[in-house]
Design a protein around this ligand. Structure first.
Ligand code: AMP
Length: 215
């Protein structure tokens, strides 16, 4: 199964992608995670992306398109994939469309996780991640804990440097102006499935699986 998970920053794409990846045994490809790892490893890509990401802006289309081209041609994507965070611009959407044709992939769905901006700001300023296992928590879940409930790492919680309110508002503006037009593009192709992202994590996951099954 080939899935493009779509939604605003903080809509729950990463969380849902992890659940779907385990259930469907297909890889989760998060461009944000790939970039964050590159920043951590100080690779040429990471050095280029670091400042852009910190400001909540978008890394250049050409860099992202080349990255996805290379990733989707890897062996572990042969039985399907879940894209999380790509495409984010119309140019990326068109490049993905061409790439899928070249790779003879014609069955895919774009799952649009719907939310609203106020909920997103509340969620993201409350989001903490474990720097060891990358599991995402709500601040209230871990505020009295020193160990990660998932992997046991000590004092490993952190707030992403692009999860401050000012940067979140900027990321949302970019989402509305630059990313949202993608929905129309894939909508015209009949590829869009909408799922309410304001329900619980479990319900959203169940609804995504149900809508994928029936389409
Ligand atoms: P995410 O974890 O998906 O919210 O991505 C974090 C940051 O990585 C974004 O705010 C962008 O700066 C960058 N990024 C991730 N995916 C893309 C993409 N497809 N195009 C451009 N920039 C991206």
């Amino acid at each position: 199964m080939n899935i493009i998970l779509f939604g605003s920053p903080g809509a729950g794409k990463g969380t849902q992608a992890k659940i779907l990846s385990a259930k469907l045994t297909i890889p989760h490809i998060s461009t944000g995670d790939i970039l964050r790892q590159a920043v951590k490893d100080k690779t040429p890509l990471g050095i280029k992306a670091q400042g852009i990401m910190k400001k909540g802006e978008l890394v250049s289309d050409q860099i992202m398109i080349d990255l996805i081209k290379e990733t989707l041609q890897k062996k572990d994507c042969k039985n399907g994939f879940i894209l999380d965070g790509f495409p984010r611009t119309l140019a990326q959407a068109k490049a993905l469309d061409n790439l899928l044709i070249i790779l003879h992939i014609n069955t895919y769905h774009l799952v649009n996780i719907t939310t609203n901006d106020d909920e997103i700001v509340k969620r993201l300023t409350n989001r903490r991640a474990c720097k060891v296992c990358k599991t995402i928590f709500n601040y209230d879940e871990i505020k009295r804990k020193t160990k990660c409930p998932h992997c046991g790492a000590e004092n490993s919680f952190f707030l992403r440097n692009d999860d401050t309110e000012e940067v979140i508002r900027h990321r949302l503006e970019i989402y509305h102006s630059t990313t949202l037009p993608i929905l129309k593009y894939f909508g015209k192709k009949g590829k869009v499935l909408n799922v309410n992202g304001l329900a619980s994590i479990k319900t959203v996951a169940e609804n995504i699986l149900a809508t994928l099954k029936s389409n």
